[in-house]
Design a protein around this ligand. Structure first.
Ligand code: HEC
Ligand SMILES: [Cu+2]
Length: 362
């Protein structure tokens, strides 16, 4: 039945009617972003109607059905409304003086608008339950990559427990072949503070990150490139700036990334960068940030071990360039008002040295 419905529902009919729904999709937040991304194709419009991973595909069918039913209801309600407005409009000044017949209640109509919606809801429950079960009870393969994702106000902490990697805001995963070699990514979702929600529309539906609870989801992207996601549960003032990227790579490229992430960052050589590391140690940065292989062991903020490899900073508020980094350190509120990275009133000399040091973390 769903398949039949789907064939009735060509792709082009969706966008206009659901433009409103789509405006919630993270792609919108990025449209104005001048970020020059040197790396692979960014799938700019995070369009949930173009899924590129198993769980997102599984929810496409029921969502078409839901949208189709909603469209039918919309047409019936508006149709009846327009009919009534025309049919019973006053035909002349005389009509305004007579009171129309006052009819109280109708057994038939009331039965109809109680029973039909109940049936519709029942059908939707059955269809959506099937998809939910299909996604949640899917077998996680033995060779699946595991990621532990911890939501923070307002950034994403990312662990690869089996690989010993910790990073932030940008998830790297290997690509799967649709009909060939697959590599699932199992994502364990937790929260450090309030409820957040993981949503990368082209890869999987939303799953919440709830304090004191462990949720799960998985992805299996069929295309390389960068997929944009967002926190999808209001989590405080900077909720809209809690962006997420999933960088899907060929297995060889992914392995290279892994090998690099496992190395501690190279020793800074340039004088300015060496000074920067001293400043980094002296300025309390180390209370909140970790840099593997150094005395910086803070865990309150994002791990900076391989900071310079990331494409963005501040969970996607700005491209990761020296200019933006300098501005971020000078005044994080400029990008993210109220963020938990304090303005440390750094001097221009400190800013220069810190930027030089952070740029070596790759
Ligand atoms: C009180 C804890 C705290 C201190 C002290 C602190 N930071 Fe942060 N920092 C954070 C938090 C929290 C974030 C994440 C902000 C966000 O994205 O909402 C952050 C983000 C960053 C980022 C962006 C990381 C990324 O990948 O997006 C950099 C770079 C950074 N801090 C550098 C520094 C430096 C350098 C210092 C010292 C001058 C410092 N921080 C001091 C908490 C702190
Ligand atoms: Cu959030």
């Amino acid at each position: 039945m769903v398949r039949a419905v789907r064939s009735l529902f060509p792709q082009w009919s969706v966008p206009a009617f659901f433009a409103m729904a789509l405006s919630f999709v993270p792609g919108a937040a990025w449209a104005a972003d001048p970020a020059p991304t040197p790396t692979p194709q960014v799938h700019k419009i995070a369009d949930m109607f173009q899924p590129l991973s198993k769980p997102a595909e599984l929810i496409l069918e029921p969502s078409h059905l839901v949208l189709l039913i909603s469209l039918a209801i919309f047409l019936v309600v508006v149709g009846v409304l327009v009919y009534v407005l025309f049919k019973f409009r006053p035909h002349g000044p005389a009509d305004l003086l007579v009171e129309p017949p006052q009819i109280y209640g109708s057994y038939n109509i009331e039965m109809a608008w109680t029973v039909i919606p109940c049936l519709i809801v029942f059908v939707l429950i059955l269809v959506t339950t099937r998809s939910i079960v299909e996604i949640q009870d899917a077998k996680i393969e033995e060779d699946a990559l595991t990621i532990r994702l911890v939501g923070h106000q307002w950034w994403w902490e990312i662990h690869y427990p089996e690989l010993g990697i910790v990073t932030a805001n940008e998830i790297h995963v290997p690509v799967s072949e649709r009909n060939g070699k697959r590599r699932q990514t199992h994502i364990i979702l937790e929260s450090a503070d309030v409820i957040h929600s993981f949503w990368v529309p082209q890869l999987a539906g939303k799953t919440d990150l709830v304090p004191n609870r462990v949720n799960h989801t998985w992805i299996e992207p069929f295309k390389t490139g960068i997929f944009l996601g967002n926190c999808a549960e209001y989590c405080g003032t900077q909720h809209a700036n809690m962006l997420l990227r999933v960088i899907v790579q060929e297995p060889e490229d992914f392995e290279k990334w892994v090998a690099n992430q496992k190395q501690p960052p190279a020793e800074p050589r340039a004088e300015l960068a060496v000074q920067g590391r001293k400043d980094f140690y002296a300025l309390a940065c180390i209370n909140c940030h970790m840099v593997n292989g150094t005395m910086a062991e803070g865990v309150f903020g994002p791990d900076l071990t391989k900071f310079a490899v990331r494409q963005t900073l501040g969970a996607g508020v700005a491209p990761n360039t020296p200019e933006h980094l300098r501005k971020w350190l000078h005044d994080p509120d400029h990008y993210k008002e109220g963020s938990y990275m304090p303005d440390m009133k750094l001097s221009p000399a400190q800013l220069d040295s810190l930027v030089a040091y952070l740029e070596t973390l790759k």
